[in-house]
Design a protein. Structure first.
Lengths: 528, 668
């Protein structure tokens, strides 16, 4: 293995270094602050590329670092990080989106630029850290680290109702975090003390009652973050009030914390409760898909519309993940990345027109295609990616989610969710039509300038990814397959073991006795 | 030769890239249009050589698959980017590239001077690319890529004149209704994939593998559900009841687009799809019945609407819906070859009709423009007497009209008659056959009527355009008339490859070459039908002749009525309208189906969305949250005496919480 040691730590803490560096920058040298932030985030992205090239296609955690950290009485916390196929792409997504988000703020934010950049970089530390943490306590710390800069980004650099939105974001998240903390500590004691090693917790065989409560606590924290219906109302407000970069990061990365939390923590830690709550989660996911689509349809504000579309997209992710099979989870994971790319791009697009017109109301636009052809083309491609047109990234994820959930116990939910493909076309195309098509009647729109070089440069990598992930998603899927396989096996084995009362006390035997859920013999290659 | 099949979709894709990225800076229409057309012509040449190679092989060897790379692989699911060549796909690529090339050529003339000329050719090439993927894909998912791709291009081209609200609306409507169909298509894929995998451990979406596994499928039951799902997809794409309303609106797009996408190729995708999966559909007798009934109903329903429209393109649009109904009728009675045959002949004569109408509109537009008149150039009430002004357009239009009306000797006769005969004589639907035949025959009569009404109103009689404009009417340029002549020629002779057996016997036993050619594709269905379907009645050749005579007679009656109403005494239609105002209004307004859909689906969805947003999100969920917030604020107001600021407050709460919990666990 040619895996560079400490690479993960370097990636995680480089932004922190950048933030510290920014402290010494003159308050008024905005260009310097922007340059440093962009430079640092670009370096972080470049440094994170060896993660892909060095990653071995197996289920093991890789690039692992384990250093004892805090020892306080019975509490033993370690700095334990590592990535597998599931977290790999989320880390890459984060490092990839950050330079784009920072570049998008170039002219949008003119006040307290230095502080803004510090917040963004700190945010990156928290996000990457949360994705790579293999120690529950470490995860919790990064989780919190991530929330505070976001709160400031909305509350300080936000729009008219920024305080309300920030407060809402804060309350929702705090409730979730606290519950998770409760469960985390309870879990720790159930495991008999020692350290907070996640992999150790995986091996626990908790009784169903405990699992239920702990699952609920974790799930609530994650469900708020996703956000799942009916805990989604903070999102439209947070998105509309947040500055463009904030929205992009919030959509592209922060929401993935919730879905990632389910995959990494809630499901493998509490497999019995997972089985128990699958119908509930699937129901909420499906409601989310339909509900958010209907609400998105009647939005008057473009940004709010995109925010609601996020809720629908994340519903697909959750549905796929809770199919608990290879296609479903792979689809869910892909959809997380796709959503990061497409919705991130949509928020950037909204940012472009907002910067020009200082309004986001759909009725203020119309006929922009004539005035801004390059923008129109890019917007169209991103819209199509968002509604999951084959050939773009959105399709592959959505399709795998649906076929995965169709094959699992939540088949009927999958059927209803499939109707979401109609609604997504309705609200996106209707919005596109009203903004871009029609007469260019508003005189303010008749003088709009098309995208400049910087803006095109921001969008270009996203467009490339939209097509690349749509036409050749293999590298993404192949790298995550073993880890998903492992996860599915783990959850199914535990569930099967619990269904065999005798074997329950002897997990080792249960592992062998349990039927392997995926029909391995039936890979398409062999059918041929 | 077969291994070069990937060139066929590649050429138009190259056209997309060149014109899409550089078209704007090329500016020269001849180069842009030339590139677009040449690319399709290149595909046409490859398609020709593939067809010849295929024909040189014995019929059982006419199958070739080429997998280029694996697109998606996850667990048991695998989808390739791969192509399938068999008689059916070879025929389809010929139609798509052949007719497609002619329409590209025509577009150079028709779209001359339009803003966004390069954009038009980019979309048109993208459409050709997608359509070729649809017909060449060797698995359901790649077919779906093409399926959605053509839908996208349809959307983009309908909305080509995007500054017009009606164009944007029509494009969106087409896309959304197609998506309703896609919902069915996807569910079909899921159910089929899951059912075969779960029960027989065959996890595949590859057509060849599916056909090999099709003997495992039960008759009826789950297969009925699967096929109904797929058929829903077909109703969307091919504009059948209940999802047909987008097609007439799609006439907002440029006329060549209507010819290519909304007549010759894309809308026939549903027919092609059923043909491709005939071995599954044959196992679902209920679905077959549904398809036959929907097909027949659409055929007559759309034909009635066609009789009352005054917009030349709208008449043709309803005619297309109606003719597609005939094709589905054929598929539903198990006459797959006949359905595909009609698909081909229809591609010839309907493309010719649309392009001919385009030629007329083009000329009218110029004439009205010169006369500074704001009359609608598409309204037939302003036309009349054009035959002397536009002789080539007139002749080609006339032969195509004769072909669609089903007059013996022209292509449409052979294919339509085959469908009607099969509707009557098929062994599947019992006594319902007579109804199906009856509806089909009457619909054919309506077809003859409205088509000749169109011809009479447009080309015959007095010229109703302003005299000033009249002088500016002229025949279209060669680049427009050439495709018309080629297609007109095909509309006449295209049917002779599939002469029905009963006629062939008269002429010394000419075989039905077309049916024979497609035999390998439908072999599994044929064998299944032979084994499992009891043939209850044997029909004599005399009966077939009799029915043929009847349907021809009905067509002649239709033409005669049109002649009587629009040539002999043109005052009658107005009197008729005056006598039955309600009926006329209902037909003219397309039986108010659009209004019904708005009432049933569109408005409730919007209202529900508004309610959920303003009612549920804002009042209930946020109400609770804000309530909690108020309580928290009150609480923190107390705490503020000790600490100040949010983050501190937050940290304190965290710490307090931790203490409480840890304490609970330690001391319980």
């Amino acid at each position: 293995m040619n895996q560079m040691p400490a690479l993960l730590s370097i990636i995680t803490f480089l932004p922190l270094l950048g933030a510290i560096l920014l402290l010494f920058v003159n308050k008024n040298s905005h260009a310097v602050a922007r340059g440093i932030a962009l430079g640092v985030s670009l370096i972080v992205f470049l440094v994170s590329i060896p993660l892909i090239t060095g990653f071995q296609n197996n289920a093991e955690f890789q690039f692992v670092e384990l250093v004892p950290w805090i020892t306080a009485g019975p509490f033993q916390m370690n700095y334990h990080v590592g990535i597998d196929g599931i977290s790999l792409w989320l880390v890459i997504l984060t490092t990839f989106i950050m330079p784009i988000a920072i570049l998008s703020t170039w002219t949008a934010v003119e006040e307290k630029v230095k502080e803004y950049m510090i917040c963004l970089l700190l945010l990156e530390v928290g996000m990457i850290g949360a994705f790579i943490a293999l120690d529950l306590f470490l995860f919790y710390i990064f989780w919190e680290v991530m929330l505070i800069p976001m709160y400031f980004i909305i509350g300080i650099w936000g729009g008219k109702n920024k305080l309300y939105a920030a407060m809402k974001f804060f309350i929702y998240t705090m409730v979730g975090s606290l519950l998770m903390l409760v469960a985390l500590i309870a879990l720790y004691f159930k495991a008999g003390g020692g350290d907070f090693n996640l992999l150790k917790f995986y091996q626990l065989s908790l009784d169903p009652g405990t699992q239920t409560w702990m699952f609920l606590a974790f799930a609530l924290a994650f469900a708020i973050k996703v956000p799942m219906f009916p805990l989604h109302t903070w999102l439209p407000d947070a998105h509309t009030e947040a500055p463009t970069a904030g929205s992009v990061i919030l959509a592209a990365v922060l929401l993935k914390m919730g879905t990632y939390g389910f995959v990494r923590f809630a499901m493998p830690l509490f497999p019995l409760a997972t089985a128990q709550f699958t119908p509930l989660i699937a129901t909420l996911s499906v409601i989310g898909i339909i509900y958010a689509a209907l609400v998105a349809m009647v939005q008057e504000d473009v940004k709010k519309l995109v925010a609601y579309s996020s809720v629908a997209h994340l519903g697909f992710v959750m549905l796929g993940v809770f199919a608990i099979n290879q296609q479903g989870i792979a689809g869910g994971m892909l959809q997380m990345l796709n959503h990061g790319v497409s919705t991130g791009a949509l928020f950037l697009i909204v940012g472009f027109i907002y910067e020009r017109r200082h309004t986001r109301l759909i009725t203020d636009f119309g006929g922009l295609s004539k005035q801004m052809p390059v923008f129109a083309t890019i917007f169209m491609i991103v819209t199509l990616s968002s509604i999951g047109l084959p050939g773009t990234n959105g399709f592959v994820g959505e399709f795998l989610v649906l076929i995965g959930s169709f094959e699992s116990s939540i088949r009927w939910y999958s059927v209803i969710a499939t109707s979401g493909v109609i609604l997504s076309a309705v609200y996106m195309l209707w919005m596109f039509q009203r903004v871009m098509f029609g007469e260019l009647s508003n005189p303010k729109n008749q003088v709009l300038k098309d995208l400049n070089a910087r803006e095109v440069a921001i969008m270009l990598p996203l467009l490339v990814l939209i097509f690349f992930m749509g036409v050749y998603p293999r590298p993404f899927i192949d790298k995550m397959t073993p880890s998903i396989e492992n996860l599915v096996q783990h959850v199914k084995t535990k569930q099967a073991a619990a269904n065999q009362p005798v074997a329950q006390s002897v997990p080792a035997q249960a592992v062998q006795a349990a039927p392997v859920p995926l029909p391995q013999a039936a890979t398409p290659a062999e059918v041929k | 030769m077969f291994e070069y099949v990937w060139l066929i979709p590649l050429f138009p894709l190259i056209g997309v890239v060149i014109n899409g990225l550089f078209g704007k800076s090329i500016k020269n229409e001849k180069i842009i249009g030339g590139i677009g057309s040449l690319m399709v012509f290149g595909s046409f040449l490859v398609a020709c050589s593939i067809l010849f190679r295929l024909l040189s092989l014995p019929s059982e060897e006419r199958l070739y698959e080429l997998n280029v790379f694996t697109w998606i692989q996850s667990g048991t699911f695998k989808a390739d980017i791969g192509f399938l060549i068999d008689p059916l796909s070879a025929l389809m690529i010929m139609v798509v590239t052949g007719v497609g090339f002619l329409i590209h050529l025509y577009s150079i003339g028709y779209m001359h001077g339009e803003e966004g000329f390069y954009r038009y050719f980019t979309y048109l090439n993208l459409f050709t690319f997608s359509m070729l993927l649809l017909v060449l894909g060797n698995n359901l998912l790649l077919m779906f890529v093409g399926w959605e791709g053509v839908g996208l291009c349809s959307y983009l081209l309908i909305g080509y004149y995007f500054h017009k609200k009606s164009a944007g609306d029509a494009g969106k409507k087409a896309f959304v209704m197609n998506r309703v169909g896609d919902f069915g298509f996807l569910l079909g894929v899921f159910t089929l994939f899951w059912f075969l995998g779960q029960n027989y451990n065959i996890w595949t979406i590859n057509f060849v593998e599916l056909s090999k596994a099709s003997h495992l499928l039960p008759v009826g039951g789950i297969v009925t559900i699967i096929t109904l799902c797929f058929f829903l997809g077909a109703t969307g794409k091919s504009a059948q009841i209940p999802l047909y309303t987008w097609l007439p609106d799609a006439m907002e797009g440029p006329t060549p687009v209507s010819a290519l996408i909304h007549a010759a190729t894309m809308v026939t995708a549903g027919v092609y799809m059923i043909g491709r999966m005939n071995f599954i559909f044959i196992k679902a007798p209920e679905t077959m019945l549904v398809i036959a009934c929907i097909g027949a109903a659409t055929a007559i329903f759309a034909a009635t609407i066609g009789t009352a429209q005054n917009d030349i393109k709208r008449v043709l649009a309803y005619s297309t819906v109606s003719q597609l109904g005939f094709m589905f009728l054929a598929m539903g009675v198990g006459a797959f070859a006949a359905g595909v045959f009609h698909l081909m002949t229809h591609a010839f004569f309907k493309a010719c009709l649309f392009l001919g109408s385009g030629s007329v509109i083009h000329s009218m537009h110029h004439a009205l423009h010169h006369a500074h008149s704001h009359d609608d150039p598409q309204d037939m009430r302003h036309m009349g007497g054009l035959k002397s002004k536009m002789p080539i357009t007139f002749i080609t239009f006339l032969v195509s009209t004769i072909a669609i009306a089903g007059i013996p000797g022209f292509s449409g006769f052979f294919s339509k008659d085959e469908i009607l005969w099969q509707a009557f004589a098929n062994p599947y639907h019992g006594s319902l056959n007579y109804v199906l035949w009856g509806i089909g025959a009457v619909a054919a009569g309506f077809t003859a009527f409205y088509m000749f009404r169109l011809v009479f109103m447009t080309f015959f009689g007095e010229c109703r355009i302003t005299p000033k404009a009249k002088d500016h009417l002229h025949e279209s340029p060669f680049v427009i008339t050439l495709p018309l002549m080629v297609l007109g020629f095909l509309a006449v002779v295209g049917g002779y490859v599939g002469i029905p057996k009963v006629i062939g016997e008269v002429f010394g036993g000419i075989p039905n070459l077309f049916e024979h050619y497609l035999e390998p594709v439908f072999r599994i269905s044929e064998e299944f039908a032979k084994e499992h379907v009891q043939v209850t009645a044997h029909h004599s050749a005399a009966l077939e002749w009799g029915l043929m005579g009847t349907s021809v007679l009905i067509a002649v009656v239709g033409i005669s009525i049109a002649y009587a109403l629009y040539i002999v005494s043109p005052s009658i239609p107005a009197k008729f309208t005056a006598a039955f105002p309600g009926l006329h209004r209902a037909v003219y307004n397309k039986w108010y189906i659009d209004e019904l859909y708005d009432l049933l689906f569109v408005n409730p969805c919007k209202a529900l969305g508004r309610f959920l947003w303003k009612g549920f999100d804002v009042v209930i969920v946020d109400g609770i949250v804000n309530g909690v917030a108020k309580v928290t604020m009150g609480f923190s107001g107390v705490l503020r005496h000790v600490q100040s600021g949010f983050v501190h407050n937050y940290a304190l709460t965290m710490a307090l919480g931790m203490v409480v919990i840890v304490g609970f666990y330690l001391f319980r």
